[in-house]
Design a protein around this ligand. Structure first.
Ligand code: FE2
Ligand code: FE2
Length: 198
């Protein structure tokens, strides 16, 4: 595992950039799997939302490719536990789709709002350190925000299901990010919060 401390004892900015790319690439892969499972179920149970889910999955496929393409010049490598993201995403997508179309949209809202928060932290960190990656993430964030708005708009009701499922899915998404960065997302968040203050 990389040593997060450089020779001066400070956190290595380049390492943080590599971890940002790694987790974003894995997260996009997880999102593709969530939408994949939901599309599979929606085709059978509620085909009216299939086109919207397919359009969002197409965006995630493009995001995944863009993050993969940004890796080599920054010496970054894909996450070693992609199978974990794959399975986690698929199970989450499958279970929420079992709950019906409203659950699908609640899941999308929870995942996209968690992603949005992480991207905000990353943008603050990258602004001066890697303007090119900052630009890429800013454009991707716009599309994630459109997914979030679509999910909010399509919910026909916001009752107990929303109140119960939203925090659970958001916490699961945070946990996946935390685990796949070996706990580094916590210090990344603290570091990015610090960089916002300076
Ligand atoms: Fe995405
Ligand atoms: Fe998205």
């Amino acid at each position: 595992m990389d040593n997060p401390l450089n020779k001066t004892g400070k956190r290595d900015g380049a390492l943080t950039v590599r971890r940002i790319l790694k987790v974003n690439h894995a997260g996009e892969f997880g999102a593709i799997r969530i939408y994949g499972a939901q599309i599979w179920m929606a085709r059978r149970l509620f085909p009216d939302i299939v086109p919207a889910l397919c359009a969002m999955r197409d965006d995630e496929i493009e995001h995944c490719r863009l993050f993969r393409d940004a890796m080599p010049t920054r010496d970054a490598k894909p996450c070693r536990v992609m199978a974990f993201w794959s399975l986690g995403g698929y199970v989450l997508g499958f279970l929420t789709a079992l709950g019906g179309r409203n659950m699908v949209w609640i899941c999308t809202e929870a995942v996209e709002s968690t992603v949005h928060r992480h991207l905000e932290d990353q943008l603050a960190f990258l602004e001066t350190r890697d303007p090119q990656l900052h630009g890429l993430i800013a454009s991707i964030q716009e599309e994630e925000l459109a997914h979030l708005r679509k999910a909010e708009k399509n919910q026909t009701r916001r009752g107990v299901g929303h109140a119960l499922l939203l925090p659970v899915v958001a916490a699961l998404t945070d946990l996946m990010i935390w685990l796949s960065t070996w706990g580094d997302s916590s210090w990344m968040r603290a570091e990015m919060a610090r960089s916002r203050r300076v």
